[in-house]
Each structure stands twice: as structure tokens, then as C-alpha cells.
Ligand binder design. Structure first.
Ligand code: ASP
Ligand code: MG
Length: 408
């Protein structure tokens, strides 16, 4: 089929997630949907994730060989999942009479920084994508991967969203469609808040907060890039035709509610150290070493009384062993270290907070009324977060959802 009159058609970057391409049948379904879009006048550029479960399977094999290895070979292994899904989709489109070209990062020059497993995209050679379009072929691009020198890199878990947005912005598209297994972004996780509602719209800023606070629906950097280049993200279901949620610049959202969502991060832990001597060298050394070892520290609190200084900070559960190794190496012998697991960070997010007072009061009052103790707190211009015991998560999330008017 000849698509070379594509210049009159609108170019749309469409990314399909792991579940959407989770089986051969599903891949056939995606091919069918792409055919419909072409027939309705679109010129699609496709970006895919690996088939669901595949990246995890590859990681498991890698850790059987060496649980601590990170680097070139690891990224090459992880990137292989997307090679499979793009090839199968290209075949499914060819079967339907469309010529499609599966493309790996090296073929379209997706250059990244040299940080394996967490690389950042630096540039994309749009001429190559353009020439595929000019040849009347549908580009089917492997998400999640890039190149540094001649080595393959990957962009971090969930990174194919970022590939899609980067391609959309490189091609000056104003929209990037992200197809997934949920119909929309919700006001809270519907598995824990039964009254969670679909959001029609959300600002980039809110979505970035949600992504960094534990919502897995979009890769953080994809939203960051979208905001920087003004690419609207339309997150929608692969299995339904209707629209989902639009993530757009703040000025384009409708009246901003004070709180637009309640988000949680289930897998954090708190490390407490007490007593510490009253000198600042320890803190500087500790946080330097933690960052050197790529342990991401989230909330930090520090206080002191006559007995000494008290320090508490939160990290993701999986980083606890590495963090403890560093703490135990640096801390004075007289300090005790205590790790709190089974905690979760619950947050209320909304751009409307910028212009409203009393949000903190309502947030704390709601948790207090349910007798839910708060272990750590952090805030920004558009969010309030508290660390609470995991056993209180459902109650806390539902109570905050109600308090901030999201049930209706
Ligand atoms: N396949 C990769 C992952 O599972 C990238 C992605 O799906 O976005 O993390
Ligand atoms: Mg994803």
C-alpha cells in the first residue's frame, strides 16, 4: 500500500504499552487499530514496549547470573524485549497489506547519555524517520532503548513513554498518544479507592508530581519532556475507542480543583538514626555517599534535643540494604539505627493549592480524625505528602479523597 501522500495526513506518534502487546493476539489487535487510524486519514508513527512480563523475565535471568551487575551487557539484554514486539507488529501490519519498518534505536539515531539503565535521550535523527515515511512505510520504533557511542542503553523502567514523547517533540508534533490497559488517569488508585473517578484533564505539573510520588501510569521523564516541548499527552485505552485523559499545559486546564488526585507510593522505608553528634560533617558525608551509590533519598527530617541530634529519611524499600551499608559504615558507634518498613507515602496533589490556604490543616485533620499517626511529612507548592503505616493506606486514601471533594 502506498502511503507516500502522507504529507497531507496528520502525523501522530502512538505508543502501546506492554499489556497492549502482551500476546500475539493483542499484537494483531493493535495492528487492526493502526489500520483503522490510517484509513481515517492519520499517518501513525508507532512506539512499543516489550510484551508484558518480558522485561521482568530478562531482569530475573540477569540477576541469576549476577544480582549486582549493571552496565553495557545488562542494558543490551533488557533492550531485547522491544525488538521482539516491534518485529511481530511489523509482520502483523505487512500481513494486512501495509509496509511497516521495525526500527531499533541505532537505526534512527536515538543518542543518550552514558548512564546505563537510566540514560537520558539527547538527540534523535528525524531524517531517518522522515525517510521511512517518505518511502510509504509505517515506522515501528522500539521504545526504552538508546545508544551511547556504539553501546545500547536503556531509559529506566517504563521508559518507552519517554521514547514516544521525545519522538513527537523531535517531529514538532503537538500530541503524543499513549495507549495502555486503563481507560484514563484516575483521581486515586481505583483498586484502593472505590469512588475514584476518571480525570478528563491534568496539568503537566500535576502529572509530574504524581509520577514522582508513585503513580506508575506515565514515566516521569516523558511528562518532563512533554512539558518542556509543549507536547500534549493523550493517555487512553488500547481496547476502547473513547478518549482518556489529556495532560496539558496549566493554562489550558479547566478550573483547577484544590486537589485533583490522591496518590501513594507503597514501597518506601524510613531509616532513623539517633543520637548523632552535633556536627554537620556526618550529614554531608552520608548524603554524598548515598547519592554516589544511586540511592534516591526522598524526605529528610532532622531535629535535636539535649540527648543529641535525630535524623530520619525515606528511601525506596529496595534501596534499604544499600543505604544501611552506608549508614553503618559512617555512623558513630554510639548511634542507633532503626528501619521502619511497612510504611507508605500518601499524597494529595493539585495546582489549585497554589492559591488556597488551609490545605495542610484539612489534610492533617482528616488523618487525625481517623487516628492515623503520621511519621514524616513533606510539601511542595502543589502537593502534601505524609508517610503512614501501610495498614492505614486504604482508610487514609479514602478519607482524603472524600475530604477534598473527589468522590462526586
Ligand atoms: N519494557 C520496559 C519496561 O518494562 C519499558 C516500558 O515498558 O516502558 O520497563
Ligand atoms: Mg508504562
Amino acid at each position: 500500500m502506498n502511503l507516500s501522500n502522507h504529507r497531507e495526513k496528520s502525523i501522530v506518534v502512538k505508543k502501546f504499552g506492554g499489556t497492549s502487546v502482551g500476546s500475539v493476539d493483542r499484537i494483531e489487535g493493535v495492528a487492526q487499530r493502526i489500520v483503522q487510524d490510517i484509513e481515517s486519514g492519520q499517518q501513525p508513527i508507532i512506539v512499543l514496549s516489550a510484551m508484558s512480563g518480558e522485561t521482568n523475565r530478562l531482569i530475573r535471568m540477569a540477576s541469576e547470573v549476577n544480582p549486582n551487575y549493571r552496565g553495557r551487557a545488562y542494558d543490551m539484554l533488557l533492550a531485547s524485549g522491544e525488538q521482539v514486539s516491534i518485529s511481530l507488529l511489523a509482520m502483523a501490519l505487512e500481513k494486512r497489506g501495509y509496509s511497516a519498518k521495525p526500527l531499533l534505536a541505532y537505526q534512527i539515531g536515538i543518542k543518550t547519555s552514558a548512564i546505563f539503565s537510566n540514560a537520558r535521550i539527547q538527540s534523535i535523527d528525524t531524517k531517518k524517520i522522515q525517510s521511512v515515511l517518505d518511502a510509504g512505510e509505517i515506522p515501528i520504533i522500539a521504545g526504552f532503548q538508546g545508544l551511547t557511542g556504539e553501546d545500547i542503553t536503556t531509559l529506566g523502567r517504563g521508559g518507552s513513554d519517554t521514547t514516544a514523547v521525545a519522538i513527537a517533540s523531535a517531529l514538532n508534533s503537538t500530541v503524543c498518544e499513549i495507549f495502555t490497559d486503563v481507560p484514563a488517569i484516575f483521581t486515586a488508585d481505583p483498586r484502593i479507592v472505590k469512588k475514584a473517578k476518571e480525570l478528563k484533564q491534568l496539568s503537566f505539573e500535576e502529572m509530574m508530581e504524581m509520577a514522582s510520588l508513585g503513580s506508575k501510569v506515565l514515566h516521569y521523564r516523558s511528562v518532563e519532556l512533554a512539558a518542556k516541548f509543549g507536547v500534549k499527552i493523550h493517555l487512553r485505552s488500547t481496547f476502547e475507542q473513547r478518549e482518556g485523559t489529556w495532560v496539558v499545559p496549566e493554562g489550558e486546564t479547566m478550573e483547577a480543583p484544590v486537589v485533583s488526585s490522591v496518590t501513594h507510593d507503597p514501597s518506601i522505608a524510613i531509616i532513623k538514626i539517633f543520637p548523632l553528634p552535633w556536627n554537620e560533617g556526618f550529614m554531608a558525608d552520608l548524603f554524598f555517599e548515598l547519592s554516589e551509590k544511586n540511592v534516591v533519598v526522598d524526605i529528610i527530617t532532622q531535629s535535636h534535643n539535649e540527648e543529641g541530634q535525630r535524623l530520619a529519611f525515606s528511601v525506596s524499600e529496595s534501596d534499604v540494604p544499600r543505604a544501611l551499608e552506608i549508614v553503618n559504615k559512617l555512623k558513630p558507634e554510639t548511634s542507633n539505627v532503626d528501619v521502619m518498613k511497612e510504611v507508605t507515602k500518601i499524597s494529595a496533589v493539585g495546582v489549585g493549592m497554589k492559591n488556597h490556604t488551609g490545605v495542610a490543616a484539612r489534610f492533617f485533620k482528616t488523618l487525625y480524625a481517623k487516628n492515623i499517626p503520621i511519621h514524616l511529612v513533606t510539601t511542595s507548592e502543589i502537593k502534601m505528602s505524609a508517610v503512614v503505616a501501610k495498614k492505614h493506606l486504604v482508610e487514609a486514601a479514602n478519607a482524603l479523597h472524600t475530604e477534598f471533594g473527589l468522590d462526586q
